[in-house]
Design a protein around this ligand. Structure first.
Ligand SMILES: Cc1cc2nc3c(=O)[nH]c(=O)nc-3n(C[C@H](O)[C@H](O)[C@H](O)COP(=O)(O)OP(=O)(O)OC[C@H]3O[C@@H](n4cnc5c(N)ncnc54)[C@H](O)[C@@H]3O)c2cc1C
Length: 277
């Protein structure tokens, strides 16, 4: 049960959503954009958020697009993880989507909600970081299109009232050789101990991680070391582990020491997989 009342809005255009947010904000209603609702409902049930209003983005047509338009794959922020893996326009993203939660939850969880969420993992962002995708963002100034690297730094950095409308990925990047490994302590559902996503483009390997630190990340320093083929793989992995952007996550999913052990194994698996192709 959610222990407080809130208003529910479902605008049918981008502009209506932006205007609603501003109006509700002015009225002191602490509005939140709402997509699959899985995280919002979980947090509301335990009273860790108390929005006075939610603005459901799922009726906005632009947020539901999933199509190749000319040479660009356009994915609406409200496309669910199930729909993404079923259509499979970007196999690395399908692999990431399929690793999140269970089928019933994936029928609700959206791409935009996953990458904008507050829980550490946000695994669907990894392929988007590797593909240097662009983000279509709506706000009071209209629509802006910007590199994911400008808006996603550990988490989405949107200004108040902005929301993610779509993600754009170049056609050339959706079919590159990839590796995706998600390691959990037990079972096939649930948050990761370590997730490693990797793509190979122009003989260079790109890597992104979730579960390792308290946020998902792609690191130029780690990629530089992993691509240094003058070193044996074990030395590359050792050096890459020394270049993590923050301390290793230590929580119920696993201790920092265990994560480090699993990370090294998983990085080696990814390097072997991509160097063999
Ligand atoms: C059983 C279970 C297991 C899970 N396991 C994993 C896992 O292993 N790995 C993983 O990464 N995730 C996992 N998740 C998913 C994760 O924890 C979140 O619940 C989910 O990603 C939220 O997506 P949503 O579409 O439901 O977003 P919502 O709950 O609707 O929103 C989440 C947040 O994003 C914001 N938001 C939503 N859409 C937009 C938008 N378009 N623009 C800007 N802000 C927006 C909301 O305001 C809110 O702050 C799991 C979830 C469940 C239920």
């Amino acid at each position: 049960m959610i222990p407080f009342d809130f208003e529910y809005f479902h605008p049918s255009t981008v502009q209506m959503a932006v205007d609603l947010f501003q109006n509700l904000q002015r009225q002191g209603k602490r509005p939140m954009y709402y997509a699959g609702g899985t995280e919002i409902i979980t947090f509301a049930r335990v009273n860790s958020i108390q929005p006075g209003a939610v603005i459901d983005l799922k009726s906005i047509p632009e947020c539901n697009v999933l199509a190749m338009q000319k040479d660009i794959l356009v994915i609406g922020a409200c496309v669910t993880l199930s729909a993404l893996s079923e259509a499979d326009p970007f196999p690395l993203l399908s692999a990431a989507a399929q690793g999140v939660a269970d089928q019933t939850s994936r029928n609700k969880i959206t791409l935009g909600g996953n990458i904008s969420g507050k829980i550490h993992y946000r695994e669907a962002v990894l392929p988007l970081l590797l593909a240097n995708s662009r983000m279509v963002i709506a706000g009071t100034q209209g629509i802006r299109v910007t590199s994911i690297h400008k808006v996603f730094n550990q988490q989405m950095r949107l200004t108040s009232g902005e929301f993610l409308v779509q993600v754009l990925i170049d056609r050339d990047d959706v079919s590159l050789p990839f590796a995706y490994f998600k390691k959990r302590e037990i079972g096939h559902v649930g948050y990761p101990l370590v997730t490693v996503a990797a793509l190979r483009k122009n003989d260079e390997m790109r890597t992104a991680f979730s579960g390792v630190c308290a946020f998902p990340f792609r690191s130029a320093a780690i990629e530089q070391v992993l691509n240094d083929s003058s070193l044996p793989i074990t030395a590359r992995i050792e050096r890459a582990t020394g270049k993590l952007p923050a301390s290793l996550l230590d929580n119920v999913e696993g201790s920092a020491a265990y994560r480090e052990f699993v990370l090294k194994q998983t990085m080696a698996d990814a390097v072997h997989r991509l160097e063999r192709r």
